[in-house]
Structures are given as structure tokens and as C-alpha cells.
Design a protein around this ligand. Structure first.
Ligand SMILES: Nc1ncnc2c1ncn2[C@@H]1O[C@H](COP(=O)(O)OP(=O)(O)O)[C@@H](O)[C@H]1O
Ligand SMILES: C=C(OP(=O)(O)O)C(=O)O
Ligand SMILES: [Ca+2]
Ligand SMILES: [Mn+2]
Length: 675
């Protein structure tokens, strides 16, 4: 637009006769005509395209083929032939992959799976990578007998983080890039797991194998109802324009690696699992074959409340015999991760391997520590330690080979995250990381980690290698220290206690933590939670099975048990304060270094816990909670109250035998509070 020169009453005039420079007009652009009369803007080399579409097609090239080209010498013809052979092998494998995906997505009542095609339905021909276009980019089953068979299901298979970002930002509401490069997403109405909506198929096999009934997380459903929900999920997924498929691994122990396939409707879910499971190399992916376990995540679609066993519109259904899980009515991504963890709690003990709800890290000298604890007690925070190698933050296996992480990523809580206190987690929140339900500035896209407007349970899911001192592969030798974390909002458990084996088992089976109750109605009583094996929501067998395995392994490998309170000191929630993270870190340092093992100890009343009298870097007066309460009577009262809750909780286990002989069971029963 031309500007107003101010001298012609605001009227725009253009006098073509003014020549090169108008008296008060704009300079006329002078072009230098070449001999043939064509204008040139020839400051740089010309683009090698004749059209915009052609230009765009040049931008992307085909990913390198994964089948190694067999040495064909330098001869041009022989080399070309070898390339063709490798390409043909790739095509066959690609076709097998699509066939396998079609089989996964097959309705069980129709004869064949859907027609599947690779790639984004919105992708224009001009965006197809140049050079090679695979001959087998789609798969059509032989028979097609329904309307759904008339359409293709577009499959976005193991997309990269960058591709998933683009999908999320283009198509999913609430997806944004934050200032640090992470992808902010919303998980919808559910911002946490729904344990009461979890169902497990009770059939002839699982009837005898699993833990059912009171206290068990396994709420039964029958095979038929599972199939109804599976069909609902599969039909929903096939009705979409496109689905995401992830083929990945669980467990870094190569002998016990499990192949998982996750079919989902959202790029957010695909990116979450990309980060959380173990990522196959291109070669491993090509030879992936049939998965050992498949998740159908139709979380955006509810279950049918008229379906038997359904008590809400959410259902997370596990069928161990079919090796399948169906998710309806919740988009909370943690359901997938913890659902697979439940599967591992079934598969691994069958192989004499103990599955653990724990974090794990290793010192430079190879000393391994496990960190057990319920949600919010510090597994992720304390296993992420700048002075040690991170093996994993949440799910592990302990086998004859030592420990191995089940996952390929971490899932950290972000509420009140601080760059100073937790620099490694802070720095992991960068490009590729999924940030769930956080609040950010609409313009700068800077995240406000103190903001809990969406939920208190804000999360970051990142690949484990985003932590600089991750131990890759994520395996280590047998643990030296087993640390049980409890966030005791009553403020009566000591910051650290050394446990004997019976006490370790007592506290492992109890699985105690107490968190503060909802803050909406002001200060309330702390809420005690007991969750067997520090993960009752995920165990599939009776808790004593895992406990017996832990006792056996700790004894065999000489591991020491510790109880660490990451919760309150100087009074309960409302009076005292949460123990400062730097103090807890000093306590953990002293456990790792071995110095705490040789400290002087005294024994507490009621719980009979051995507590050290001094730890470097920690004020000695906080080591015994009795010292920190100004109101001594109130301390004693609270201590007895908590001890009573422990006793009551343990009653159900008193009639169970733990391990091979009764001796251990008796010792464990005696290791609880005495009053
Ligand atoms: N003394 C402490 N020890 C451990 N964590 C603490 C402590 N004080 C505050 N926290 C906070 O408590 C939370 C612990 O959560 P997290 O490590 O994610 O637990 P988990 O992985 O066991 O679910 C973190 O947000 C951490 O910053
Ligand atoms: C992912 C979860 O685990 P944690 O809180 O232990 O990190 C969860 O409980 O949903
Ligand atoms: Ca190949
Ligand atoms: Mn965690």
C-alpha cells in the first residue's frame, strides 16, 4: 500500500506521467531489461524445480533402506542388481508388516481385516518422498464382505517424534509447542488412572493363576464381554481416517524382551508410547513380526454402559490369554504404560523373574539401588541423581541376570518442578517430550509449573536418554540397597531407618504412604494408603508371591533394606513441613556410599525402627521425629494412630504363608509395630 503523502487531502493519486521519480509520489521500480527482454533476479543459483509441487517433492527424500546391500563389488550393474534385491526384500517385509497390522485390526465377526494403507490420508502426491515409492504401500485382504471393508484404514506406523508433533498440532485440540520445545497436550476429562474401571478376563487359566477377591486389583470380566469391548474399539479405530501403530519392546534384558503393539487414535498417545517403551532400531522393526501383546486404545470413545460389568463409561480391559488390552473412555496415557506393567507382573513371575514398581540407579562402582514407593513418594525424583547412572524411574525386573528396566522412558511429575532442585528433569523437557495438562503463557509458551488449573497430576514423558547420565542399555547387576519410600503426611516415620529382612518384607507387603487430602476444603487429616508391594494396582498374583521372591533375592545377594520418609517432619501436614529434598538426597547419598551402614543407631518406640544418630549434611535433630514435634503428647497419639492403621491393614496377610517355610512368615508378622 502506498502511504498518504499528507499534501493531497488524503486522496491517493498516482500520476503515471511523473516519470522515474514522481514529485511527491513513490520511486518507480527500475528493472534492467536483458537483451531478450526478460527480467532476471539472478543473485543466486536457480532452484531445480519447475513448479511449486515439484519444489516440495524435492524437500523430502526416502529414508535409507534397512536391508544391507550385499557387497557387489564396484561393478555398476552388479551393484544395481544388489540394490534391487535389497529393495525387493524390503517390499516383502513391508507387505508382511501391513498384513500383520490388518490382522490386528480385524473384527472377530468378519472374515478379514481392513484394507490398510501406510501414510497420512491428507498427504498430497507432491509430498510423497522422491525417488522410491514402495510397491507395497498398501495391503488388501482377499475377501471383503462389509461396508467397512470398502474403505482403507490409513496407518501411521512408528512415526518419528517430528512427524507426531505435526500430526498432533494439525489435528488435535490442545496441542502446542512450549518454549522449551516440548509438546503440550491435554488428556481430556481423565487426568489420572481409573483403577476401578480396570477389568481382567477370568477364564480357565487365570481363574487359578491370578489373585481375585478382596483387596485384589483384578476385577473380573468374562471373555464374551471382553470381545464386545474389543469389537467396539476395533470398529471405532477402523472408522477413523487414520490410526497410529507403534511396534516397540519392553524389558532391556534381551532374554526376556516382549514385543508390544499399540494401536491408537491420537498422535499424543503414539508419541507418549514412543517415548515410554523401548524404541526398536530400523532393523529390529523390519523383523518385528507378530507382537506378543497388543493394546487397542480407543480412549476417545466410551464403552457402552449397557454392556455387562461396565459401571462407568470408562473401561480398561485386560485379556491375558488373548494377549490384548482394550481402552475405552479414557485418554489418560498412563493407562497404557501401567496396563503393560500389569502384563509384566503376570508374564515375568512365570519365568521366575520379579517385577518391581521401583526406580533404579547405579553408582560408578556398579552399586545398584532400588527405590520402591507409591505415586508421589519420590521414585522418579530420587532415582534421577546427577551423581549416578539412571537405569529407570518406575518399572523393573530382577532376574538371575540382575536388574533391567522394562521401559525406554520416564514419566515425571511436573507440579512445582524447579530448575534448581531437579535440573536433570527440567532439562529433559525439550523437543520430543510430551507435557500433559500443564498451563503455559499463551504468547511466550512458557510453562508455569506451579499452575494446577487443569490438574495436580501434570506430567512429562521423555525418552530415558534425555537424562544425561542414563545407563544405556538400562540393565545393572544385583541390587545392593533396597529403599522403601513413604511420604508420611502424619510426620511420625523417621527420615531414614535401617531395616532387617523381616522388617523390609513387612513394609514391602504393607506398602504404606500417606498423602495430604484434597486442598479444596482447607486442611484435612492425612490420608493413609496401603498398597501391597507398593503397587497393588498393578500386581496380578497374590502379594505374598512377589514378597517371597524379593526376600529370596535380597538374602541371596545380600541387599540391605531401608525405609525413607520423604513426607512430613515436625508435625503432621498443616503443622510440620515436608522434609527438604536436599536433606533426603543427603540421606540417599549416605545409603549409596555405604557410610550409613556403619553409623550409630538407636531404636524407636512402637515401630521398632533403627535410626542413625548422625548423617553428614543433615541436621541431627530431625533424624528422630520425636525431637521435632513441639507437642509431645500429640506426637505419641499420632504415632499410635498410624501404628494402629498398619496393624489393621496387615490383618489380612496374617493367615498367609510367605515363602517355603513358616519361619519367615512369623518373623514378618513380628516385624510390625509393637504397642
Ligand atoms: N524430600 C523429598 N523427597 C522426594 N520428593 C520430594 C521431596 N520433597 C518434595 N518432593 C516432591 O515430591 C514429588 C515426588 O514425586 P515423584 O518423584 O514423581 O514420585 P514417584 O515417581 O514415586 O511417583 C516430586 O514432585 C518432588 O519434587
Ligand atoms: C504413572 C503412574 O505412576 P507414578 O505416579 O508412580 O509415576 C500412575 O500412577 O499413573
Ligand atoms: Ca530391509
Ligand atoms: Mn514416577
Amino acid at each position: 500500500m502506498a502511504s498518504n503523502d499528507g499534501n493531497n487531502n488524503g486522496e491517493f493519486s498516482f500520476n503515471a506521467n511523473l516519470g522515474v521519480v514522481g514529485r511527491k509520489g513513490l520511486a518507480k521500480i527500475q528493472t534492467h531489461k536483458s537483451k531478450n527482454g526478460i527480467c532476471h533476479d539472478d543473485s543466486g543459483p536457480a532452484v531445480k524445480a519447475q513448479t511449486i509441487d515439484e519444489l516440495h517433492s524435492l524437500q523430502k527424500k526416502k529414508s535409507a533402506p534397512t536391508t544391507p546391500i550385499k557387497d557387489a563389488g564396484q561393478g555398476g550393474a552388479a551393484f544395481a542388481a544388489a540394490v534391487a534385491v535389497a529393495q525387493a526384500a524390503d517390499d516383502v517385509k513391508q507387505r508382511q508388516q501391513l498384513q500383520s497390522i490388518s490382522a490386528s485390526l480385524a473384527s472377530l465377526t468378519r472374515e478379514t481385516g481392513p484394507k490398510v494403507v501406510r501414510g497420512d490420508p491428507a498427504r498430497k502426491a507432491s509430498e510423497t518422498p522422491k525417488a522410491h515409492v514402495g510397491h507395497h504401500d498398501y495391503f488388501t485382504p482377499e475377501l471383503s464382505i462389509s461396508d467397512s471393508a470398502l474403505k482403507f484404514t490409513h496407518v501411521l506406523y512408528n512415526l518419528s517424534q517430528a512427524e507426531l508433533y505435526e500430526q498432533a498440532i494439525k489435528y488435535e485440540h490442545g496441542s502446542f509447542i512450549t518454549s522449551s520445545g516440548a509438546l503440550a497436550t491435554l488428556s481430556g476429562a481423565k487426568t489420572g488412572r481409573s483403577p476401578r474401571d480396570k477389568r481382567v478376563v477370568r477364564d480357565e487359566t487365570t481363574e487359578d493363576e491370578l489373585w481375585w477377591g478382596k483387596g485384589s486389583p483384578n476385577i473380573e470380566m468374562d471373555e464374551q464381554t471382553f470381545l464386545v469391548n474389543r469389537e467396539r474399539a476395533v470398529d471405532y479405530l477402523n472408522s477413523l481416517d487414520k490410526v497410529f501403530v507403534n511396534d516397540q519392546f519392553l524389558n532391556w534384558d534381551p532374554e526376556h524382551r516382549i514385543k508390544v503393539r499399540i494401536v491408537s487414535a491420537r498422535a499424543y498417545h503414539s508419541l507418549f508410547m514412543h517415548n515410554m517403551c523401548i524404541r526398536p532400531t530400523p532393523e529390529e522393526l523390519e523383523d518385528f513380526g507378530t507382537p506378543d501383546f497388543t493394546i487397542y486404545n480407543a480412549g476417545m470413545f466410551p464403552c457402552n454402559r449397557y454392556t455387562h460389568y461396565m459401571t462407568s463409561s470408562t473401561s480398561i480391559d485386560l485379556n491375558l490369554s488373548r494377549r490384548e488390552m482394550v481402552i475405552l473412555g479414557t485418554q489418560y496415557a498412563g493407562e497404557m504404560k501401567k496396563g503393560l506393567f500389569s502384563v509384566m507382573h503376570y508374564l515375568m513371575p512365570k519365568r521366575q523373574i520379579l517385577s518391581l514398581h521401583s526406580g533404579c540407579n547405579m553408582g560408578k562402582d556398579g552399586d545398584v539401588a532400588l527405590f520402591f514407593g507409591l505415586s508421589g513418594t519420590g521414585k522418579t525424583t530420587l532415582s534421577t541423581d546427577h551423581n549416578r547412572l539412571l537405569i529407570g524411574d518406575d518399572e523393573h525386573c530382577w532376574s538371575e541376570n540382575g536388574v533391567s528396566n522394562i521401559e525406554g522412558g520416564c514419566y515425571a511429575k511436573c507440579i512445582d518442578l524447579s530448575r534448581v532442585k531437579e535440573p536433570d528433569i527440567w532439562n529433559a523437557i525439550k523437543f520430543g517430550t510430551v507435557l500433559e495438562n500443564v498451563v503455559f503463557d499463551e504468547h511466550t509458551r512458557e510453562v508455569d509449573y506451579t499452575d494446577n488449573s487443569v490438574t495436580e497430576n501434570t506430567r512429562a514423558a521423555y525418552p530415558i536418554e534425555y537424562i544425561p547420565n542414563a545407563k544405556i542399555p538400562c540393565v545393572g547387576p544385583h541390587p545392593k540397597n533396597v529403599i522403601l519410600l513413604a511420604c508420611d503426611a502424619f510426620g511420625v516415620l523417621p527420615p531414614v531407618s535401617k531395616l532387617n529382612l523381616a522388617q523390609t518384607m513387612y513394609h514391602f507387603i504393607s506398602g504404606y504412604t500417606a498423602l495430604v487430602a484434597g486442598t479444596e476444603d482447607g486442611i484435612k487429616e492425612p490420608q493413609a494408603t496401603f498398597s501391597a508391594c507398593f503397587g497393588a494396582a498393578f500386581i496380578m498374583l497374590h502379594p505374598t508371591k512377589y514378597a517371597a521372591m524379593l526376600a529370596e533375592k535380597m538374602k541371596k545377594h545380600g541387599a540391605t533394606g531401608w525405609l525413607v520418609n520423604t513426607g512430613w517432619s515436625g508435625g503432621s501436614y498443616g503443622v510440620g513441613n515436608r522434609i527438604k529434598l536436599p536433606y533426603t538426597r543427603k540421606i540417599i547419598d549416605a545409603i549409596h556410599s555405604g557410610s550409613l551402614l556403619n553409623a550409630n543407631y538407636t531404636t524407636t518406640e512402637v515401630f521398632g525402627l533403627e535410626i542413625p544418630t548422625a548423617i553428614e549434611g543433615v541436621p541431627s535433630e530431625i533424624l528422630d521425629p520425636a525431637n521435632t514435634w513441639s507437642d509431645k503428647a500429640s506426637h505419641k497419639e499420632t504415632l499410635l494412630k498410624l501404628a494402629g492403621l498398619f496393624k489393621k491393614n496387615f490383618e489380612v496377610f496374617a493367615s498367609y504363608k510367605i515363602g517355603k517355610d513358616n519361619k519367615l512368615t512369623e518373623e514378618i508378622l513380628a516385624a510390625g509395630p509393637n504397642f
